[in-house]
Structure formats: C-alpha cells, structure tokens
Design a binder for this molecule. Structure first.
Ligand SMILES: O=C(Nc1cccc(-c2n[nH]c3ccc(-c4nc[nH]n4)cc23)c1)c1ccco1
Length: 369
C-alpha cells in the first residue's frame, strides 16, 4: 500500500484509510460518491474548510481511469462560480510504482441538493437555484462539454442559496458502463428522452435534466422514477403525453417501431402536474398585492417547466432562452452568464485505448504537475 512520505498522516474513515498532508485536519466523512468517500477537513494553511474526495486505485479499470482522468483535467481547466473548484490534488505515494490512491481537495459546501428536495422553496430561492444551474451548464457548453447526467446528487448548495455543480457528466466516447465495480447504483431518472432512446443529442439535452430537478424541488419527489429505460420512457409519456410522429424520425428502425407501437398517452396539463397548492410554501405574504405577484410567479414557473419538460428536443427551450425567461431573467448578470471560456482541447483524442499500466502513468503524471 502507500508508504506515506514525510508530512502525511493516516486516519481511519469508515472502512478505508485517508492518508493526507498534515495541513488537512479534523477529517470527517460527509458522503459517498460513485468514485469513493468524501470527507470534510480544515485546511490549516488557509484556515478554511474543504472537501476531500479519495479515489482508490483510479486506474484499476479503464472506465474508472477515463472518468478520473477526465474529471481531473476538466476540474483544472474550468473556473466558474457554479462549478465546484479544485483547490489541490495529491497522492501520498512518492513513486509511480507505489501509486495507489489519489485525493481531490475542493471547496466545501453545506449540503447536497438532494437534501433540499422536500423543503418548500419560495420563488426567490427556487428561481435563483435554477438560474445558477443554467449558468454552470452554459459555461460547460461554452467549453464543448455537454453534461447529460445532471441530477440533484451531483449538485451542492450553501445556506445562502449559492450552488455548484460537482462533476462533468458522461464522457462523449464512454460507452455506458454495464456494471460498476462498486455496489453504487446509477440514477437515470433525470436523463433526457433522446439519451434513453439512444438518439442524437445537442446542448439542450441538459435542459431536460434541469426541468426534472426543478419539478422535483416543487413536487418534493422524483418526477419520472423508472426502474429501467423502458419504464423510464413510460413514466415520461404517461405524465407529459406521447410526442408526435416527427420525434421518432431520428430513431433507429427497430427501436422506432417498438416505441411507436406502445400505447399513446394524452398526458396532463402542466397545471394538473404542478397545481398551485405545491407552490404555497410560505404564508409570509398575506396582503392582496403579494398574492397576485405570487400567482404570477407560479404561472411563470410552470411556463418554464413546460418548456423544459418537452420530449422533442427540436421544440425544447434552449439554455439561452431559459436564462432569458421571465421566471429566471430577474437574476441575469452578464459576467455570470458569460465567464471566460476555458480552452478544453478534445480529451477523447488521447483517451482512446490505454492499458491499465498506461492509465496509471497518465493519471500519476497529471497529479504530479
Ligand atoms: O456535509 C457537509 N457538507 C457537504 C455535504 C455534501 C456535499 C459536500 C461537498 N462539498 N464539496 C464537495 C465536493 C465534492 C463532493 C462529492 N460528492 C461526491 N462526489 N464528490 C461533495 C462536496 C459538502 C457539511 C458542511 C459542514 C458540515 O458538514
């Protein structure tokens, strides 16, 4: 295992060891990610609290190596207030031969967005959260990164309602891993119809996920909780209604005829799916004028939701249109929407077909420089 070189120390966290530089004190577990355990710590040098994520043997298989490498590369390149910032990256190992584990040090947030679902949010907070997700996603798109796997568990928030996206989603080339080495279950509830049906996609594939997240924050539960891809599709068309024929044109023939032969569903109006009662969270505003404003906000929220939860991407609202929507544009700040674009060269070029040993070297070198 790792022989920690000087000024590292080891603490037991759950059933794994955290071997970190002595500057990181008060190591305490805060959660489990798909790639490993996450702890909070005090950075004694900067006197700030940080999050430290341990990736155990990230090179142990190609799927994990590709994801670890891509995440490290992109975190170093991307700098935006709504994308989690990388503060440090290290391995306790002194040499490539010894290299086993890598650690990412990031900004510490107060909670995961999934912890906020079920809390009745007023329009101010709800619209500000959605605005920040849109700003973060728009920034990734400006760097050529389409997320495709946005969900509450990879978004974090602070008590002051500031929000950061934790990861960069699915790699373009990575085939969906049929199995994961960990017991971790992949959540597909937020994936767009074009992803579920294996169709071509463009940037507004991420808008569908934002719609699912916004709807869940309003309803207090997952909108389309499918047990598999087919069930996911059924739950979507039963609520939203079956799309018209033009949507199926892009489908591969065998999937197309199967999907077209399913029952057709009328679906429900957005008012039926998200009735006024769901929006009454705080009875703070009682006088008449506020009541009208609250109802206007509710109508605007539902209008945006309907445009995001549109099955056919050809008719679904774009990121820029969503940022200019009357429910969201109250927050619009040009420099938040248009941050400098990181020069992300195409990672896929050098991701192709490396052996485990090659991945180990590539990742080790990326950590050390
Ligand atoms: O629990 C606390 N905060 C908390 C809760 C949930 C996430 C984060 C979090 N902050 N920064 C991150 C970076 C990455 C991850 C990550 N999770 C999977 N993969 N990656 C998570 C975080 C923080 C807390 C704050 C003060 C006392 O306790």
């Amino acid at each position: 295992s790792d022989l920690p070189h000087k000024d590292f120390y080891t603490v037991e966290v759950g059933d794994t060891n955290f071997t970190v530089p002595i500057r990181y004190q008060n190591i305490s577990p805060i959660g489990m990610g798909a790639q490993g355990i996450v702890c909070s710590a005090l950075d004694a040098t900067t006197k700030t609290n940080v999050a430290i994520k341990k990736l155990s043997k990230p090179f142990q298989n190609v799927v994990q190596a590709k994801r670890a490498y891509r995440e490290l590369k992109l975190m170093k390149l991307v700098n935006h207030k709504n994308i989690i910032g990388l503060l440090d990256v290290f391995t306790p190992s002194d040499s490539l031969e010894e290299f086993q584990d890598m650690y990412l040090v990031m900004e510490l947030m107060d909670a995961n967005l999934s912890a906020v679902v079920g809390i009745g949010l007023d329009h101010n907070r709800l619209s500000y959260l959605i605005y920040q997700i849109l700003c973060g996603i728009r920034h990734l798109h400006s760097a050529g990164i389409i997320h495709r796997d946005l969900k509450p568990s990879n978004i974090c928030v602070n008590a002051n309602c500031s929000l950061k996206i934790l990861d960069f989603g699915l790699a373009r080339t990575a085939a969906e891993p049929t199995f994961l080495m960990t017991p971790y279950v992949v959540t597909r509830y937020y994936r767009a119809p074009e992803i579920i049906l294996g169709m071509p996609y463009k940037e507004n594939v991420d808008i569908w996920s934002v719609g699912c997240i916004m709807g869940e924050l309003i309803r207090g539960g997952v909108l389309f909780k499918g047990s598999d891809h087919l069930d996911q599709w059924m739950k979507i068309i039963q609520q939203i209604g079956s799309p018209d024929k033009s949507f199926f044109a892009d489908l591969v023939p065998n999937v197309r005829q199967y999907i077209e032969n399913l029952n057709q569903y009328e679906g429900y109006s957005i008012e039926r799916l998200f009735p006024d009662a769901l929006f009454h969270v705080d009875e703070e505003n009682d006088d008449e004028e506020d009541e009208d404003e609250y109802q206007r906000n509710t109508d605007n929220a539902r209008d945006l939701l309907a445009r995001m939860l549109t099955i056919d991407p050809k008719h679904r609202i774009s990121i820029d249109e969503a940022l200019n929507h009357r429910y969201i544009n109250v927050w619009y700040e040009q420099e938040e929407v248009d941050a400098p674009i990181p020069q992300v060269f195409s990672l896929d070029v050098d991701e192709r077909g490396h052996s485990i040993a090659e991945w180990k070297k590539i990742i080790y070198e990326e950590i050390k420089n």
